[in-house]
Ligand binder design. Structure first.
Ligand SMILES: *Cc1c(COP(=O)(O)O)cnc(C)c1O
Length: 499
């Protein structure tokens, strides 16, 4: 299995090269040259396996340049009960009507980003070794919340790596800030920026593309890499939980092998739902892929009209991890739907960066609508859904998952579809305690984040994630706030590079 670029089909690299490089030099995303198949017999065999063993089987199809031992090294380092508070790694709830909730937040930072960021450091360091690269890797991350903490936990104390995370001083929640400020590990750095998320991201990009800095690092035996969501090493691990959830439902007798299931995903950058599309096209019997957006509904409009238009107001919502107007991973889907037409992709994504807008052909729109259903929900409906779902089923979900639940409810009201459905749940409600409590109780709480967590425990009956509870007694290690123009100096200073 080799990898091409969505903007250059003639490119041909191994998975180890794709993962180490992160993004193709032509600006495109790395993509497998074909989608490997999984048979019903193979799925039946997976039913008797652990999550880690299922991961080995799926990775073996995509990372064909990795040996079985290398894959096992990666999966056993990531998918274990030291890192996840569930032996199943991802938990599938009982049925609520025809839907099951797939809880993807049992990892160390309580958001689904852990499913990929726990294993990415292993995939990346193994890839570097396979490529004969002996430099130490320095990971730079700009974050508005979830990704930074998940990347820190993933790369903490991983030999041969260092990680530095930049976040906007006034742009993250108090729980998110505390999660990052108390980060443990000898190879981590966290720094707040006097500015917004764009300042952090621009600062990181400037450091990445500064050749003088690159040379300084090389002289000191180091190189930069990235842990952002366009890296294939973050997408591949997400395919596994859809395969695993299907066989789990069949194993439990909720469906029979061969039955079709629908999947609903609260979507931002289109990574998570693209992983479900991959699972479907590998041969997992998945019917509709329901793409749920908050009021930043650029994807809902795209699926309906075939026009992608980011020229619109940006709204800050109670589901902040989905507040995004450029869904990068859509480029991979369109590459597949056009049959690998790299010229077409260059045209559309050229227009996106120039005019903020492109329109696909009627043929592509029809293909898109054959697989995907789009829907959206505003903050008031998000909160009402948390409230009503709790009342009806006694289950408390977070603000992102609630968007998916609401869009699913709208879909069944419209279609009467009774297909068994998997709803991806992307964060623990404890990560957004204030909004969740407000939804359930109808009033804003003045309490601090720990009082809110304690109160949510009473209200929801859910155990408080150990990693969040433990924060209270952890010392703050990082409190530095710097001006955005000092980011480069901060990085070099941290790395002990003086010239
Ligand atoms: C990142 C994130 C999302 C969006 O996932 P994409 O793969 O970017 O579509 C949804 N919910 C939560 C809680 C997230 O952290």
């Amino acid at each position: 299995m080799n990898y091409k670029s969505t903007r250059d089909s003639s490119l041909n690299v191994t998975s180890a090269q794709a993962i180490a490089q992160g993004i193709s030099a032509d600006g495109g995303l790395f993509i497998p040259e074909s989608i490997p198949q999984i048979t019903m017999d193979e799925l039946k065999t997976l039913a008797g396996m652990s999550y880690k063993e299922r991961a080995n089987a799926v990775f073996a199809k995509f990372l064909t340049d990795f040996t079985a031992d290398e894959i096992e090294y990666c999966t056993s380092g990531a998918y274990n009960t030291k890192n996840f508070d569930s032996e199943n790694i991802a938990e599938l709830t009982q049925a609520f009507g025809n839907a099951h909730i797939l809880e993807l937040w049992h990892g160390p930072t309580c958001a689904f980003k852990d499913m990929a960021l726990q294993i990415l450091p292993y995939l990346l360091t193994t890839s570097l070794k396979k490529n004969g690269e002996d430099k130490k890797v320095v990971i730079l991350v700009a974050t508005s919340g979830d990704t930074g903490k998940a990347a820190l936990e993933g790369f903490k104390d991983v030999p041969g790596t260092e990680i530095m995370v930049f976040y906007p001083d006034h742009g993250v929640s108090s729980m998110q800030k505390r999660q990052m400020a108390t980060q443990e590990g000898a190879n981590v750095g966290v720094c707040a920026i006097e500015g917004n998320f764009d300042d952090c991201q621009n600062g990181v990009k400037m450091i990445f593309t500064d050749n003088a800095v690159k040379e300084k690092l090389a002289k000191n035996g180091k190189m930069f890499s990235s842990a952002n969501s366009i890296n294939w090493g973050r997408l591949a691990p997400q395919i596994i939980y859809y395969v695993s959830a299907y066989v789990e439902l069949a194993k439990r007798g909720d469906i029979s092998f061969g039955d079709t299931v629908n999947v609903v995903v609260p979507t931002g950058n289109f990574g998570n739902i693209l992983a479900a599309y991959y699972a479907k096209n590998m041969g997992v019997p998945i019917g509709k892929l329901i793409c749920a957006s908050n009021i930043n509904k650029v994807l809902t409009d795209f699926i309906e009209t075939g026009v992608y238009d980011r020229n619109r107001d940006f709204f800050a919502t109670v589901s902040p991890s989905m507040d995004i107007l450029i869904s990068s991973n859509l480029e991979r889907l369109l590459y597949i739907l056009t049959g690998g037409d790299d010229a077409q992709i260059r045209d559309w994504f050229g227009k996106l960066s120039k005019d903020g807008k492109y329109e696909v052909t009627d043929e592509i729109k029809a293909k898109l609508q054959a697989d995907f259903v789009g829907g959206f929900c505003d903050d008031a409906d998000t909160k009402k859904t948390i409230h009503d779902f709790k009342e009806k089923f006694g289950y408390t979900c977070d603000t992102h998952t609630a968007v998916a639940v609401k869009v699913y409810n709208d879909y069944i009201a419209k279609t009467g579809d009774t297909t068994k459905t998997i709803i991806a749940s992307t964060a623990s409600p404890y990560k957004f305690s204030a909004s969740v409590l407000e939804a359930i109780e109808g009033a804003q709480s003045a309490a601090d984040e720990y009082e809110q967590v304690a109160h949510l425990a009473e209200v929801s009956g859910l155990p408080i994630p150990q990693s969040l509870a433990a924060l209270k007694d952890k010392a703050v290690r990082f409190s530095e706030v710097i001006e955005k123009q000092n980011m480069e100096a901060y990085v070099l200073n941290k790395l002990g590079i003086t010239e």
